[in-house]
Design a protein. Structure first.
Length: 156
């Protein structure tokens, strides 16, 4: 957490994003990939609040099919609003913009997708809350690393 005072003392979202970027570099240098992915996913799980988790579970319980469930999530704008059912065990999702207040104002690309493992944790929490079982989420690309969109695959 070196330099955290800089993060706390600035009101500039660009400066905060730069600090987060350097924090991720330090994280990657000091712990294993399994550990830093878990750390970031745990952060994302916390960002997926109780309201979203309960709503996803309610929608799932009221849905007659996986397709109806995905349609309802999209209508409510949950999970980026552009979830697509690939088959009954796979969903593709993503965002057309970065929603993270800590990094969305970055003016320099992040060198890796590590920070965006936070979003895989968010998706994991959302779908695991709905289905009451473990899911796997794969991060394909992210906006802060230079892609035009963030893209994920959710394996049920």
């Amino acid at each position: 957490m070196k330099g955290f005072q800089t993060f706390e003392s600035t009101n500039s979202y660009t400066e905060k994003a730069a600090w987060v970027k350097e924090m991720v570099v330090r994280l990657e240098a000091n712990v294993s990939p399994d550990q830093y992915i878990k750390i970031m996913q745990d952060c994302g799980r916390k960002c997926c609040g109780l309201t979203h988790r309960k709503l996803a579970r309610e929608i799932w319980n009221e849905s007659k099919s996986m397709s109806e469930f995905i349609d309802m999530l999209n209508k409510k704008g949950i999970g980026g609003g552009r979830l697509k059912l690939i088959n009954n065990k796979t969903i593709k999702g993503g965002y057309n913009r970065c929603y993270c207040g800590l990094v969305k104002k970055t003016n320099k690309k992040f060198p890796t997708k590590t920070y965006c493992q936070c979003s895989t944790g968010w998706y994991k929490q959302l779908f695991e809350s709905a289905f009451e079982r473990e899911v796997q989420v794969e991060l394909l690309q992210s906006i802060i690393t230079g892609a035009k969109t963030c893209e994920f695959v959710i394996h049920i």
